[in-house]
Ligand binder design. Structure first.
Ligand code: ADP
Ligand code: ZN
Length: 525
């Protein structure tokens, strides 16, 4: 008798060609499929668009009984089932939108061996009646899609998912496959453990998304920066992530007023509204969705050309997941983030309200990694992938740092100008005011304070607003200026500033990255 693995391979390859119409497996798919077919539990970690579905769909076709797929979202189930039906695979789904008559019909089909795949919502799959009915049928295999939902380390935690190990207890002889696009190491470990997978075969694909170009832009006047960017996009599909519902409403309104084809999406909207937006976006009736992180898993759209973070996300995991919604078709796509170092302090203050201390520490550490990422001056992709333990030696060539490397210059003179300006204004003012002073702006606040008579008034007028903002932020980073948050974020000199003011050493600064300079033409005039 022939080798069973070899036989599996032949059948799997045949199914790949005949049912799905593909010539070759992608890296890792075949080994996962063979492991499942030989009865082993499996864990599949592949990025979005990596081809996870085939990993359980092909075993489902080859097992002689039915496969139950747990899927967290109605829209995902509907999409999968209609795609399967379109290629002639018998599949159905049961969730709370499916009435009893229809459910009975589905069970009858299962009993007759007519259904290969049944997609089920997790809460349904855990119901006693449902499990009893399944037990009376020939069920061979379970697939848990979006398996990171089992882990409360991840950002899509669903309580029902946590109980899915019960399925393992009811069906001890059926292999289980867990699939996720999460790159989060803590979550990965948690998945196998929570689901009770038994010595699973694990496949981890590369999480690199080479077609996505990562860019971090300094946040100056974000709304103008955004509008300008969107105009360049000429109606391409994109998502703009903001941290609060209010901000989502605000920005989507302003974009709509400016004539963009845009909709808002957040958890404060009704289900109907949200579904409407999601469908309209999928059909390209809406180009741009301004959203909170609530706009997530259900986006089954391949041609999202850009994902823009208006605010810094809470973790690298979240950033990766959200930017990963761009370019699923493999064509060039962009991930842009607007970054204001002052936001770091703002976000950190949110964590103070987390009552559970262990949890708070984890959140803080995760955010710190994100903040470091945003502030770093090395290849973005290298940092991202190294963070996910996928070591990259070479810079990527497709991020803002690689394409437009930060230039260093002797910043002693501009630093002295900025520091003495802060000093002359009695260290009582914040960034914006100091920039106005440096540039000699004619504002009533400056006149009222008599600051137009300071010797430093206007010493920096040959440079733009964003140039000075960038310099001042760097001086804060270098520890030469401290920002006193208790006093309206006023800037104060530190002890270390003395040496720079006396010219005791050469201060290397990064040449400000002025991608947004056109935005300020009004101010510069
Ligand atoms: P994921 O669920 O990992 O986000 P999908 O399963 O939706 O990704 O697959 C993404 C795309 O890649 C789909 O269009 C799928 O048909 C295609 N695909 C998967 N495996 C292969 C393969 N071996 N050869 C060619 N295309 C594939
Ligand atoms: Zn790079």
């Amino acid at each position: 008798k022939s080798d069973p693995i070899c036989e599996h391979s032949t059948l799997a390859k045949q199914a790949l060609k005949e049912t799905f119409g593909y010539a070759e497996f992608r890296a890792g798919q075949e080994a996962v499929i063979n492991a499942a077919l030989s009865g082993q539990d499996t864990l599949v970690l592949l990025p979005t668009g990596g081809g996870k579905s085939l990993c359980y769909q092909i075993p489902a076709l080859l097992f002689n009984g039915a496969t139950v797929v747990i899927s967290p979202l109605i829209s995902l189930m509907e999409d999968q089932v209609s795609q399967l039906q379109a290629i002639g695979v018998s599949a159905a789904y049961i969730n709370n939108t499916v009435d009893f008559a229809r459910q009975n019909a589905i069970f009858n089909q299962l009993a007759d061996g007519q259904l290969k795949l049944l997609y089920v919502a997790p809460e349904k799959a855990l119901q006693f009646d449902f499990i009893q009915r399944l037990k009376s049928l020939n069920v061979c295999f379970f697939a848990i899609d979006e398996a990171h939902c089992v882990s409360h380390w991840g950002h899509d935690f669903r309580p029902h998912y946590r109980r899915l190990s019960e399925l393992k207890q009811h069906f001890p002889h059926c292999p289980m496959m867990a699939l996720t696009a999460t790159a989060d190491i803590a979550t990965r470990h948690d998945i196998a453990h929570q689901l009770g997978l038994n010595a699973p075969y694990i496949h981890t694909g590369s999480f690199d998304r080479p077609n996505i170009r990562y860019t971090i832009e300094e946040k100056f006047k974000p709304l103008s920066q955004l509008m300008r960017y969107l105009r360049e996009q000429k109606g391409q599909s994109g998502i703009i992530y903001c941290t609060s519902r209010k901000r989502v409403d605000d920005i989507s309104e302003k974009l709509a007023e400016a004539g963009f084809n845009v909709a808002a999406y957040h958890a404060g909207m009704s289900n109907e509204q949200r579904q409407f937006v999601q469908k309209a976006f999928a059909r390209d009736d809406i180009n741009i969705v301004v959203a909170t992180v609530a706009f997530g898993m259900g986006i089954n759209k391949l041609n999202v050309r850009f994902v823009l973070h208006y605010d810094i996300p809470k973790s690298i995991e979240a950033y990766y997941q959200e930017t990963g919604r761009a370019g699923r078709d493999g064509l060039a796509a962009e991930a842009i983030m607007y970054f204001d170092p002052a936001d770091i302090g703002r976000v950190k203050r949110f964590f103070e309200d987390i009552p559970d201390e262990a949890r708070r520490k984890v959140e803080e550490q995760r955010f710190q990694a994100m903040a470091n990422f945003a502030e770093a001056q090395t290849c973005r992709r290298q940092i991202l992938l190294n963070y996910f333990s996928e070591y990259q030696r070479e810079p990527c060539g497709n991020c803002d740092i690689c394409l437009n490397p930060p230039k260093r210059f002797d910043g002693t003179l501009v630093a002295q100008q900025a520091l003495s300006c802060v000093y002359r204004a009695q260290q009582r003012f914040g960034l914006g005011y100091i920039v106005d002073l440096l540039r000699g702006a004619n504002t009533s606040r400056i006149r009222d304070n008599g600051h137009h008579e300071l010797s430093t008034y206007g010493i920096g007028k040959s440079h733009s607003v964003e140039y000075w903002l960038s310099i001042l932020r760097q001086l804060v980073h270098h520890g030469l200026l401290a920002q006193d948050i208790t006093q309206g974020a006023s800037l104060k000199l530190t002890e270390a500033a003395r040496a720079v003011l006396r010219g005791e050493y050469v201060l290397q600064l990064a040449e400000p990255r002025l991608q947004a300079k056109h935005v300020y033409q009004d101010k510069l005039a």
